[in-house]
Design a protein around this ligand. Structure first.
Ligand SMILES: C[S@@+](CC[C@H](N)C(=O)[O-])C[C@H]1O[C@@H](n2cnc3c(N)ncnc32)[C@H](O)[C@@H]1O
Length: 216
């Protein structure tokens, strides 16, 4: 029994190490580098679906965007390539440095802020479009994916989304069936947001939900 447990823990550790290895890849027509220790969209199809949906759902009149939890910066860079002035936030310094590298590779500028959600964004700053793929697992050995038993990080992220959403702005939130749909919907409502449209896609071993929201 103990041997089985140790083998399972070892397998999970190896899986995380694999998911977080450095790589270079092309996605959505652009080239990206992902450093070791940063969430890698070339290995996680949900991240690629999120980036693609963020482009599709971009409000036509939007001039500014905020990505909360940008990771390697792929979604933020793609929005900047569409002409938006983009601010990208992460709590991880390696992630932000990686986002800077991807912005440079793709010839765009991002305003990068090391912050716990919106804590370090100037108080009055709001955005026409806010996108977030926050941590969505209740338990994980990886802080980039750990949302807490009551999805506390999802709620904290949604409160930041609501704070920073300009009047008439739109927000895109990604979540997973692993989070538990009912609690995510409860947190969306608690944060003062309303879902206007949902895309649900099957991604290997989870359903992902791409909720387009506006302020209540
Ligand atoms: C699921 S990953 C998504 C990364 C990237 N946006 C993507 O779609 O691949 C969540 C990201 O949120 C960041 N994050 C976690 N907690 C955060 C917090 N309190 N404030 C800001 N960013 C946070 C993690 O470092 C990680 O980069």
């Amino acid at each position: 029994m103990k041997g089985l447990l140790l083998r399972s823990v070892g397998a999970i550790r190896r899986k995380w190490a694999y998911l977080r290895a450095r790589s270079e890849f092309t996605c959505l027509g652009h080239q990206w580098v992902v450093r070791e220790g940063v969430v890698n969209p070339s290995l996680i199809s949900a991240s690629r679906q999120f980036a693609q949906k963020a482009l599709q759902a971009m409000p036509p009149q939007a001039k500014s965007a905020l990505e909360l939890g940008t990771g390697c910066g792929m979604t933020a860079v793609l929005l900047a390539l569409r002409g938006l002035k983009v601010t990208a936030v992460d709590i991880s310094l390696p992630a932000l440095e990686n986002a800077a590298e991807n912005a440079q590779r793709n010839g765009v500028r991002l305003d990068l802020i090391l912050s716990d959600w919106d804590a370090k964004i100037p108080t009055t700053q709001q955005f026409d479009y806010v996108v977030a793929n926050p941590p969505y697992l209740r338990h994980s050995s990886d802080p980039a994916f750990t949302a807490g038993t009551q999805l506390e990080q999802v709620l904290a992220c949604l409160n930041a989304v609501r704070n920073r959403l300009a009047a008439e702005g739109r927000a895109l939130l990604m979540s997973s069936s692993w989070s538990g749909r009912d609690l995510v919907l409860q947190h969306i409502a608690t944060a003062g947001l309303r879902v206007v449209n949902t895309d649900r896609k099957f991604c290997g071993n989870e359903w992902i939900y791409l909720d387009l929201c506006e302020a209540e």
